[in-house]
Design a protein around this ligand. Sequence first.
Ligand SMILES: C[S@@+](CC[C@H](N)C(=O)[O-])C[C@H]1O[C@@H](n2cnc3c(N)ncnc32)[C@H](O)[C@@H]1O
Length: 648
Amino acid sequence: MEETYNPLENVQSHDWNKERLEQLKKLMPDLFTNDGQLNVNELKKVVDPNLVTETERYEFRWFGKSKAKREAFTPTNATLVYDESRSVNPTESENLIIEGENLAVLKLLSNSYREKVKCIYIDPPYNTGQDFVYSDNFAQDRKAYWEDSGVTEEGVKIDTNTETDGRYHSNWLNMMYSRLLVARQLLREDGVIFISIDDNEVHHLRKLCDEVFGADNFVSNIIWEKKFAPSNDAKWFSANHDHIICYSKNKEIYRPILLDRSIEAKLRYKNLDQDERGDWVSGDMTVKTYNPQYDFPITTPSGRTVNPPKGVCWRYSKEKFQELIEDKRVWFGEDGDNVPRLKRFLSEVKDGVTPLTIWYHKDVGHNQEAAQECRKLFNGAQYFDTPKPVRLLKRIIELSVKSGDIVMDFFSGSGTAGQAIMELNAKDFGNRKFILIQIPEMIGQSSDAFKDGYKRISDITIYRNKRVIDKINEDNKESDFKKKEELPFEMVAEAQETYMKKKNLGFKVFKLQKSNFPRVEFAPDPDKTNEENVELLQKYIRDKESQLVTAFNRDDLMTEILIKNGFTLNYKVTKQEHFKKNELFLATDGEKETLICLDISIDLETVEQFKKQANEQQKHKFICLERALDTTKKWNLKHYLGDKFNAF
Ligand SMILES: C[S@@+](CC[C@H](N)C(=O)[O-])C[C@H]1O[C@@H](n2cnc3c(N)ncnc32)[C@H](O)[C@@H]1O
């Protein structure tokens, strides 16, 4: 092994304590925390358990856990702004690609998308010692995220979590904990989350998810065969699998969608005896749990007597066996001379195949396939190193969502999930929707991607999905739908028409940005009196509000206000022409509706128009700027509209 030369070694005194701790760790690893620190309480317990009075309940603890929980539930000072120039077919689609740090974005969506997402897939940093693990102090303490610095300084990732960091595992757990806590709120009651991970953190992730989702909601630890050949330079074992941890929001309600029976599986069903119930396969009629009552001779149609092999018995009682024979459900072979087997009809088996927990690369792809798929969309260039195969994402999606459902990936990388969804929709004319979130992580300046104009990973997410849309459109032009789908012709024509009408082939891009509303950063001056501080605060608010009124972009502010009021990002606005003195819009997202006006002054005539509605049952909500009203107008609107009126 290569020795690292430490020039200070002979000058510094030897750290005996460190060495003794290392020895203790080797002898008694259970006395050390997940982060490798000595747990003094555990040591005391070795000497005398009575020295420690802590409650002995089983619990998963790490450094910073309570802070991470607090962080998850602290409101964010950010908003989302629509980026039309980078969106593709935005009016046709409800898909979203959001460029931003995922915790802040999740918090923003947690109002409008609460319990709306059917499936979350994430492929977070695996914490291998080299990857970027976002620290939530970042937004406050480090170089400003907002100021376009991305998360690198001179091309160096400043949030790389290295193994030498004393809080290596805690850092990762804190990052994951807060995000999963918020993400859980977005899942529908019948929703499900799949998390890709490898052996570095799988054990911690299971415990973390037990805590966030409840151990009872654990569904499966799926093993995905990610490689097909060993890495010969591996020191111990060459890992060729990843884990995909699956938890449901509520296991009592959640059920996976059965997988379509493969053509091969269907071909195994035949109708050897022209049975009117159709094709069947035959299965064994014996069981190993021996019961003497079920051990009896059977006479075959050819007249031969057959007994179950020694130590096993029939699966059915004598009477049941007779019933099955009479119902022509027992197969004795073409000549009626074979050991009896039970006929299982294709028409009677479950609609699909129950998913297994080992996923082989021949069925769902491997890492190399994923890299190739991504390269193919970028003219052969390798712009993104760790994509997942599209087939893997398709398997997860097919198991979890139906047309109309939302899938979310908040560590979306190159955006494979978007490709999988759009390709599945194109194949079965479905309308599954996606929300991808990707931080604008800077790409190394020496990389090909950077040289070719992709400065941030989110640029790759967006461009990859744009290319997928181009490709689907090209393919659809060339092929007729009939060839691609084995559906009856009339169904194809109808489905094709619906699909073309609302094919959801596109996406809107939103970016995380500082809120349009001034954050209350006011800190009272301890050298001033209370009255003086109140006066200073009032002045501060006045100044900030006038900044808001003069500096805002109307559309951005409208998005922010609507998100805060629980509207999804696919809201539409229509100008209300019957309001002559102010510009009022009706905003709707299909579920919620409100009138909104961002003019800097609300005219008396507008207020009067609301008076007419005062006694109507079906009043619209109305939102406007606080600054746009004097006290009388505000009082009147409150009087006419009650809690349907909201001034920001
Ligand atoms: C392993 S990659 C995901 C790859 C993806 N499954 C694919 O197929 O392309 C993880 C991604 O999460 C992003 N990421 C890490 N921390 C993030 C954060 N706090 N917010 C948003 N994205 C983040 C990284 O920039 C990286 O692109």
